[in-house]
Design a protein around this ligand. Sequence first.
Ligand SMILES: Nc1ncnc2c1ncn2[C@@H]1O[C@H](COP(=O)(O)OP(=O)(O)OP(=O)(O)O)[C@@H](O)[C@H]1O
Ligand SMILES: [Mg+2]
Length: 278
Amino acid sequence: MRSIDAGIEAGIHAHADANADADTEARRGEHAFAGNAALMLRASRIGKTFTLHGQGGVRIEALAGVSLEVERGECVVLVGPSGAGKSTLLRCLYGNYLASTGSIEIRDMTDQGRPVSITGAQPHDVLRLRRSVVGYVSQFLRVIPRVPTLTLVAEPLLSRGVSEAEARARAAALLARLNVPERLWTLAPATFSGGEQQRVNIARGLIAEHPLLLLDEPTASLDAENRDVVADLIVEARERGAAIVGIFHDEQTRAKVATRRLELRPPRRHEAGHQAGH
Ligand SMILES: Nc1ncnc2c1ncn2[C@@H]1O[C@H](COP(=O)(O)OP(=O)(O)OP(=O)(O)O)[C@@H](O)[C@H]1O
Ligand SMILES: [Mg+2]
């Protein structure tokens, strides 16, 4: 009886300690956001381990101890070898992957600038943030069947209440700037070339001018001219006050858009499994 009580007590203590850690971290986060009006994103000691249930439960540690703060007007470029966890970090920040450890908070511009914890948010909070605060551009367009390009690009503005005429005009201007031929605008992008699809994807990701942008190799399949257009659009977003975290495969684009770099290393190849940014 006594040992069972002791066990329960120990369990309760362990739980209380974990809660205390989370509380301390939450308070630090609140102070950080309250004390810095430009802070958009704060990630603290993020870890992500994947368990491959279909393959004998093998565990893959993709991220360990990554911390990052991003302010308006900053573009933090993630660098590091293939497999270092760059895309995984972006997906954790977007709430696509749930981080295994650590905390991620994003300033919610739709709620008086209050920080929202992505690691503990309800799905409807995450969806609200994605509509108004956080934009994500992946390397590949997830093709929506039968939706014409112009409608696809205008949609993020429509969902934020912009009139149809204005949304379509802005979508047209952005597609033209990205050299997507006008004859393609009424067609669904399923049959487009890789580079055309990527430019549609970028237009859709940038049109709503989200205050926080997460960009995963948005220029990977573009020619030099279009890469420069995209780099210009990213710099304009930054200068307009967006906070940006991005991955770019070519050094020229990195040099153009970055205000800071964060180097990631694969955790298991690094002593003590710790990653430090600089
Ligand atoms: N959904 C997943 N399930 C299991 N393992 C994953 C998953 N996503 C990523 N990983 C693993 O996490 C590690 C980091 O992958 P990630 O895609 O983040 O790397 P990266 O730095 O973006 O690389 P690259 O430069 O090649 O795009 C890899 O070892 C990868 O196999
Ligand atoms: Mg990647």
